[in-house]
Design a protein around this ligand. Sequence first.
Ligand code: AHR
Length: 507
Amino acid sequence: MAMVRLFINEKNKKGHIDPEIYGHFSEHLGRCIYEGLYVGEDSDIPNVNGMRTDVVEALKEMKIPVLRWPGGCFADEYHWRDGIGPKENRKKMINTHWGGVVEDNSFGTHEFFELCEQLGCKTYVNGNVGSGTVQEMSEWVEYMTFDGVSPMADLRKKNGHEKPWKIDYFGVGNENWGCGGNMTPEYYANLYRRYQTYVRQYHKDAPIRKVCGGPNVADYFWTEKVLETCFAKPQPGEGMGTRGFMDGLSLHYYVHPEGWEKKGSATEFDDKTWYKTMAKAAYIEELIERHGAIMDQYDPEKKIGMVIDEWGCWFEVEPGTNPGFLYQQNTMRDALVAGVSLNIFNKHCDRVKMTCIAQMVNVLQSVILTEGPKMLLTPTYHVFHMYKHHQDAELVDSYIEGNRTIGMEEEYQVPLLSESVSVDAEGYVNVTLNNLSVTEEVPVEMAFAQLLPSQVTAAILREEMHAYNTFEEPEKVKEEAFDAYEIRDGKVCFTAPACSVISFRIK
Ligand code: AHR
């Protein structure tokens, strides 16, 4: 295989990589919240105020920046008052969307903020537009954030929390084109204008950033109509200023290599399906560019963030598990999907301001799986861990000479290598590189504009494409130190093994 050259211009800064690009999503779905994150104060599983210690520690180590809750589809059926006050008095309900199981509301608002405090991450709360009232949403915001005398602040204090919490992001509905009310874009956008009015900013120095419900996949009509209803297009010479009502517009995109109806196995697939999966993952770049082009017409200054608050692989559930719980295994294929997607998000950090992989624990493309007291880190976890130094860094110019497309079907071709590069506050150049081939190793020469590397540390995730971690063998796939590189004439030279993710920190 011929050598490729990765050129890095570490002096050409192209934009800031917001930490929130590495965000996560947790819904009241299957074993994500219950068992996965929250086991209750009386559990034998080690916990702090009900939150599993092993999971919290692993997420902190991965540097989780933001967590979205309580849904998903669940959000538009969630009535927050059911989840406050003494637990024995909380309402029990059926989780109609997800498995028809009893939801006892033992994890509610107070527990969410407790979890985020333990994780040290920002909060992203998703409100209910589909089946909730403006008053309900407005009072929830008052309950969470008002620091004074008011009925909702008094109720929060009565329930044991004197001080208000901070909401960093607030989603006004979820998938309102589907499970969130089957609305048309114009109808939703008008509701959005109205509901968001009552998401009051009680802390002037810590404003809540409002996220408007955006499109599904390639529904460009939705994006256009929602923006048209919420904004006037700026006239020549005019900036957007404060004319809009939103800080973010969401986008949801899941990778189903075999299509929505027949999702295919998470662990059994052939080479053809591998490349199809990679191509479908890489397609998110087109979605970002095309939805982004519509956003540019209304918001040329890029003040509104694209918030990809649900993304990842969605396969068939693990055999023998509740189909409503969306529990799936996670292989090297998921790791490469994560690697490719995160590189794309980094490269579009001028518009993409947050993303949340779906979902954090035990649901869809999780970073963590649990079984009773056991916990394992998935290949996807390791990718997030290896990419963590990109958070809050500056994207810089990179280009791969000699990169080519690979694949087994004309329709599903992908680049052989995917990369993104940033420079962080400590002056390190962070490089993350994926080799998408399942057969070919690739010799790489990495060259810099000015930097003569003297300190290099690197890590690698490499295994056969079907490899995954089980509770019997939890460390089959794991990040390892990578030292198979040489520095020659100021260039870092190495071979990227087939089906691998490599990260470098270089000074
Ligand atoms: O993540 C699972 C579901 O996928 C979410 O509840 C919904 O928003 C999306 O359709």
